[in-house]
Each structure stands twice: as C-alpha cells, then as structure tokens.
Design a protein around this ligand. Structure first.
Ligand code: NAG
Ligand code: NAG
Ligand code: NAG
Ligand code: NAG
Length: 435
C-alpha cells in the first residue's frame, strides 16, 4: 500500500483535486435557471439580479427548512458584475443592484450559517457579456478570497475550448494560492461535448464540472440530460467520488415546467447520480408539494451517501430505465443499493414492474429490507429470489432503498447477472403495441 502511494507520488500519477471540500455533493441555491439575467430592478424589484434577491433566498433557506436538511451554498450566477473593472483592475459589482458590495452580501450569508458562492467566466467575457477572468486570473482569485467566497463557478463563454486544459488548472492554482478553501466548479467539459473531454484531467483540477447542456424548465430538457448521463459515452460516471462530482445542472423543482411526478424524477435521478443539489427556483413562492420533494431526507441521504458512487443505468426495457447506486451500509463486500425506475411512457396509466431481486443484482443471501423513498413507506423484507412488484407512474419515478439485512454469508452468495423485468401495461390488454 505504501509502495503504491510512494510510486504514484514519484511517477506523478493522476489523482483528484484534494482541497478537502465537498466530500459529499454540494447542496444549495443558485440564481441562473429561474432568474436568468434580469437586470431591470425598476420593473422587477423582487426578481432582478440584486443583493436583495440573494439576501431573501438566504433567508428562505433558513425559514423554509432547507438549511436544516443540508442546503448551504447561496450562489450568484451571471450578471452581477459592472461592465468595467475598477481603477485597480479589480472586479466590481453593478453599483445599482449591489450597493452594499459583495463582501457585505457574503457577510450576510455567513451570519446565517450558510456559505457564499459566485460566478465568473474563464474567457474574455461572461456569457452575459460582463468582464471575464482571462488576463486577470490572479487578481480575480484574490478578490474572491478577500470577499470570503466559498464556491466559484467558472463558465466558459468567449474562450477557446482548446486552451481549457491549461486555463482551468491555472485559475485553480490561483484559487489555491490564496489559501482560502473555495469549491471550484468548472464548465470545462460542457464546452467540449462530442470532443472527448479529458475527465482524468478535469477531476484533477475541479471539485465539480458541468458535463452537458444547460437545463431548461421542461420535461424534454430534463430527459435529455438524464439520457446523456445514462448513456455515459465519455465514461465520466466512474470519475465521480468524494471531492469531485459530475454536475447535471440545477434542480428546477418548484418552477413551471415539471409535474409533481416529473419533479420526483429529477430529485430521484439527481440523488442517484450523486449530483450537486443546487436548486434554482423561487423559495419565496414554493408550492408545498414541491418543497416536500426537495426536503425529502431519505432521498437526500442517498445523494449524500459517503461512498459517493454515481448510479449507472443497468437496464432499459419497454419504457422503463433502471438505475442502480451502491450505498452504505455494506457487509462483507456487498453493498446496500438504491434503485430507481424511470417510466418514460407518457400514456396515462402506471406501468407495473415486477422482478426477482437477483435479476437486478441484489443477491445478498440474507436479503434486503425495502423502503419507498417518495411515499415514505417500508415495503418489507425480500430475499434474492423473492418477487418485488410496484407501479411506476407515467413520466414518474420509483425510488427504492434496499438495505442489506445483517446475516452470515455461507461461502459465496448466489451469483446473478442483470436480467429482465416483467412489465404490465394495464388497460392495454388486447391492444397491439410496440413496447
Ligand atoms: C451591509 O449593508 C447594509 C446596508 O446596505 C448595512 O446596514 C449593514 O450594516 C452592512 N453590513 C455589513 C456587515 O457591513
Ligand atoms: C480575448 O481578447 C484578446 C484581446 O482583445 C484577444 O486577442 C483574444 O483573441 C480574445 N480571446 C478569445 C478566446 O476570444
Ligand atoms: C492547495 O493544494 C494543496 C495540494 O493539493 C492542498 O493540500 C491544499 O489543501 C490546497 N489549499 C487550498 C486552500 O485549496
Ligand atoms: C488526460 O489528462 C491526463 C492527466 O492530466 C494525462 O495524463 C493524459 O495524457 C491526458 N489524456 C489525453 C488523451 O490527452
């Protein structure tokens, strides 16, 4: 073991960024998806990108119970900046919308026991056209440290993607040099979609990174992101782990585009994917059925599982996709598992799913106790050979936690390969259909 450590040190073998941060996926709130680049505080005083918005959302993390279940970062996205740097070349916020300054806002957030994040861009300009960090990296890293920033999202507009392999690490070194621990969120691979992003390098230099397109407020957008992660053509799933995470973008639960069932799809999938749980919604106007999903402690516990393994898609069959994530507790090299069943079917009746546990790789001889995360109901104990049956709603999600039951394993457990589900489509008897 020591030899391996020693060898990897002298050979300079790759390792992940180790700044001690985000050992489990970060949780918080960010402005972009819901509030965009609304800079018109005259017409939209409540919704424009301003210190008022971030103070109110920080208050709401506390008041709404979000802080209590783990949401802690308040993150400013684009459009906070003034169009010019100050006379010393430093970044400055828009003086009308952030009259008290960023340090003042950061202090406000910290006083609530929360953490403070900010947005910049690796290129000449941010996506919204404000000054980027290119040519000013050291100054800007120091400014963020002076402002007591805890989290930096670095976007990639107005830059050359071919230079990211050196540019993103360079800014990371300046962040490190400040001596202030700051989570480093990179948009690097999202600007190299289809061009084989180097995930080894990315995980060496960033705490999290956006792999794919920006999320929008729709089921179609959500599904396209989930499929990109399920397909995992670039094999980034295996790079995830404590301190370094794939980021499928913000949680849009509580906005306009998702039904309650579709909101459970996003929450369930993000928890299985060990994704950052960064909401972008209006916490001042949350409908209770959506708040309940975001505050689901059993779902969050799967997301924050210390193993930090990202789920993989183990089966696709007739509108049902199955995702599996190993979680604790473990016993003699066997893990408990969270299994998600995504129903892609939008025809209006639930699909009945049934399977022997061993068909999904659940072969611990002592069996498992099952718990339905969104209904909050225990489903009983199952042996590898028992049949599990449940209904999955149209464009909905079933998330089940299978906890290992303690017990002695005689010799080896029964081996099993991923097999088949038995699917029933009620109301379709006698119908000819392509399933
Ligand atoms: C922040 O600014 C507000 C006024 O905008 C002021 O009341 C408050 O004292 C300032 N807080 C700090 C910590 O400077
Ligand atoms: C950034 O701006 C500089 C100076 O105007 C220019 O030379 C350079 O090409 C720009 N880089 C990108 C990637 O647009
Ligand atoms: C800087 O990098 C070193 C080496 O990876 C690490 O041990 C240290 O925690 C980092 N410091 C900060 C402030 O990020
Ligand atoms: C990817 O990055 C790693 C670590 O920085 C490096 O060793 C490797 O050569 C790179 N791979 C490619 C294909 O460029």
């Amino acid at each position: 073991m020591l030899w391996i450590l020693f060898l990897s040190t002298i050979l300079g073998l790759s390792s992940s960024l180790e700044n001690g941060l985000v050992r489990t996926p970060p949780m918080g709130w960010m402005s972009w998806e819901r509030f965009r680049c609304n800079t018109d505080c005259t017409t939209y005083p409540e919704d424009c990108i301003s210190e008022r918005l971030f103070r109110e959302m920080a208050d709401m993390l506390e008041v709404g119970g979000y802080k209590e279940v783990g949401y802690q970062y308040i993150i400013i996205d684009d459009c906070w900046l003034d169009h010019t740097r100050d006379k010393d070349g430093k970044l400055q916020p828009d003086p009308q919308r952030f009259p008290s300054g960023i340090r003042n806002l950061s202090d406000y957030v910290h006083k609530l026991g929360l953490k403070f994040g900010i947005y910049e861009d690796y290129g000449n300009l941010t996506c919204g056209g404000y000054p980027g960090v290119l040519g000013h990296m050291e100054t800007d890293a120091n400014t963020f440290a002076d402002w007591q920033v805890d989290y930096v999202k670095l976007d990639g507009c107005y830059s050359d993607p071919d230079t990211m392999i050196t540019g993103y690490p360079e800014f990371g070194r300046y962040l490190n040099k400040t001596g202030r621990p700051m989570v480093y969120s990179c948009s690097w691979p999202a600007y190299q979609i289809g061009h084989n992003p180097n995930y080894t390098a990315i995980s060496e230099h960033c705490n999290l990174w956006r792999n794919f397109d920006d999320i929008e407020d729709s089921w179609a957008s959500l599904l396209s992101i989930i499929d990109f992660y399920g397909d995992d053509k670039d094999k980034f799933g295996s790079v995830a782990g404590p301190g370094h995470w794939n980021d499928p973008d913000m949680l849009i639960i509580g906005n306009y585009g998702l039904s309650v069932d579709q909101a459970q799809v996003q929450m369930g999938m993000w928890c299985l994917m060990a994704a950052p749980l960064i909401m972008s919604n209006d916490l001042r106007k949350m409908r209770p059925e959506f708040a309940e999903i975001l505050l689901n402690r059993d779902a969050i516990k799967i997301n924050q599982d210390p193993l930090g393994v990202q789920a993989s898609r183990i089966l696709r069959q007739g509108y049902i996709d199955v995702y599996s994530k190993p979680i604790l507790p473990s016993y003699q090299n066997k893990y408990s598992v969270a299994i998600g069943f995504l129903n892609r079917w939008t025809s209006g009746t639930p699909i009945r799913v049934s399977f022997a546990l061993s068909e999904l790789g659940l072969n611990h001889p002592s069996g498992y106790s099952a718990f339905d995360i969104f209904s909050g109901k225990p489903l009983g104990n199952f042996s590898p050979k028992s049949t599990f049956t449940a209904d999955v709603n149209p464009s909905g999600f079933l998330l089940v936690r299978f906890n290992l039951l303690p017990g002695r394993i005689r010799k080896t457990g029964s081996r099993s390969e991923i097999g088949k589900l038995n699917l029933q489509f009620p109301g379709l008897t006698g119908w000819k259909t392509e399933l």
